[in-house]
Write a protein that binds this ligand. Structure first.
Ligand SMILES: Nc1nc2c(ncn2[C@@H]2O[C@H](COP(=O)(O)OP(=O)(O)OP(=O)(O)O)[C@@H](O)[C@H]2O)c(=O)[nH]1
Ligand SMILES: [Mg+2]
Length: 470
């Protein structure tokens, strides 16, 4: 597991290597927590002016799921109204005192804020409550660190964590047990702060270099597949993207009832009609307040989405907040510059809908969407058919004349386009003496292929069909 702590250890090893020419470990290892010693967490949410309490409560449910995924045991949650955010402590001093008392009473190990806190707010609150403190971003980073499996995902997470850590190295940890570790605590002791900051800078530079290499490899891999339509599954975390991927492409991607089960992308060549194969990708899901630096770091994994021709936006129809989730996904897609791609909406988990009337209402509201249960295999044909419609909706239709001898152009058009009609006849240019055998071709293809096709056709632009003599 790549953690803040391990990232620092690597950075420090670099330092000792430089200084003494040897690889001496100088950092004390904390005791990893076992599942029997789950950290007790208190969740804190605030209702700001103009916000509804119900919205905050739903956000807290999600924070609870995140905390659970990170291995914490939620013992208490506090939702406080807040009229004015304090720049130094976020909440007012009375509220902070109250949290401190709950921490003492429950002997909590961890306090988690639903909102993101500035480094100063973190430091001040932590000093007051004398308990480890995390915000939503730090918690999400921790989960990403736990779930990262591939070298790419690990590199990306470590980069995001170090970027997060770099701005927060002024924290005062003195009142905390540095040996204890746990969620979000895979970090430094204060004595090391200055050298750590420099080492983190070095480590970040080296990770970025590694990412450049990974990006280059991925670009090369992708070049070989460009003749296929690339379709990327996107959606809120836990919506069922991986389950749908497994159902459509017969893959064995991990699908689990937890947030951020998938952190890598998997791509598979998949038939969606007898004569139509696409490249289908499953990738990392989105969530409210996904830390920006994670999106930045995960650009490489999210390339599959950014470079896709078509998106399948998977929604959990049984989630009562599916509409907000849809908005969050669309916002994140905008951030990635992937919001204007042709998109098929897929409402998943229809088997889990409590009222059947709900399904009818959704179908009326979203007439172009597909409604499925990826888990039960219901509606998969509809997904494929609708996907085909979306893919073909922006196809460009062409009517061209080629000499039969131009095998290269013919082969290319057959590969990337769909032939609508093909007629063998005779043609002639204005400057040629003799008629020649030509093929009159009508085909359609995705706009992205125009760049390749145009130069092939340009050479034959003067060819005209010879009118049949009667
Ligand atoms: N009832 C029901 N559950 C489903 C359906 N599809 C997926 N699930 C469940 O929803 C949970 C999440 O599914 P995943 O496929 O892992 O979701 P995901 O969108 O890939 O999630 P992340 O990779 O974590 O972002 C799993 O427990 C699935 O079994 C469905 O059609 N009906
Ligand atoms: Mg998944």
């Amino acid at each position: 597991m790549i953690t803040l702590y391990r990232a620092l250890r690597v950075a420090r090893r670099l330092k000792t290597d430089n200084k003494r020419g040897g690889s001496v470990e100088i950092f004390t290892v904390h005791n990893p927590l076992t599942s029997l010693e789950k950290e007790k967490a208190i969740l804190i949410g605030v209702v700001k002016q103009g916000e509804s309490r119900v919205d905050v409560e739903d956000s807290m449910v999600e924070l609870g799921l995140l905390a659970d995924t990170a291995g914490a045991l939620v013992s208490e949650q506090i939702i406080a109204p807040l009229s004015k955010v304090s720049a130094s402590t976020y909440l007012g001093s009375g509220k902070i005192q109250e949290i401190k008392e709950v921490v003492e009473e429950l002997e909590a190990d961890l306090v988690i804020f639903d909102d993101d806190l500035s480094p100063i707010q973190m430091r001040n609150i932590e000093r007051e409550i004398e308990c480890k403190l995390l915000d939503r971003s730090a918690l999400i980073l921790d989960i990403f660190a736990r779930h990262a499996r591939s070298a790419t995902a690990k590199t990306q997470v470590e980069l995001a964590q170090l970027e997060y850590l770099r701005t927060r190295l002024t924290r005062h940890w003195t009142h905390l047990s540095r040996q204890k570790g746990g969620i979000g605590m895979r970090g430094p002791g204060e004595t090391q702060i200055e050298t750590d900051r420099r080492m983190i800078g070095l480590r970040i530079a080296s990770l970025k270099e590694r990412m450049v290499k990974i990006d280059q490899q991925r670009t090369t891999q992708r070049k070989g597949r460009s003749e296929y339509t690339r379709v990327s599954l996107v959606g809120y975390t836990n919506a069922g993207k991986s389950t749908l991927m497994n159902a459509l492409a017969d893959t064995d991607v991990l699908a689990e009832n937890r947030l951020f089960a998938t952190l890598d992308s998997t791509t598979r060549l998949t038939f969606i009609a007898v004569n139509k194969q696409i490249l289908l990708s499953d990738t990392v899901g989105f969530i409210r307040k996904l830390p920006h630096r994670l999106i930045e770091s995960f650009k490489s994994t999210l390339d599959e989405t950014r470079e896709a021709d078509v998106l399948i936006h998977v929604l959990d129809a049984s989630h009562r907040r599916f509409h907000e989730q849809m908005v969050v996904v669309n916002q994140t897609l905008s951030e990635l510059g992937a919001n204007d791609k042709p998109t098929l909406l897929v409402f998943n988990k229809i088997d889990a809908l409590e009222e059947q009337g709900h399904l009818a209402a959704l179908k009326e509201e979203y007439p172009d969407a597909a409604f499925v249960s990826a888990l039960r295999g219901i509606g998969l044909t509809e997904v494929k058919n609708r996907l085909l419609d979306v893919i073909e909706s922006d196809f460009v239709e062409r009517d061209v004349i080629l000499p039969v001898t131009d095998q290269k152009a013919m082969a290319h058009i057959r590969k990337v386009g769909e032939i609508l009609s093909e007629e063998y006849t005779y043609g002639k240019t204005s400057y040629s003496e003799q008629p020649e055998a030509v093929v009159h071709l009508r085909f359609r293809a995705a706009p992205k292929y125009s760049e390749d096709i145009e130069p092939l056709l340009a050479r034959h632009r003067d060819l005209q069909l010879i009118e049949e003599q009667s």
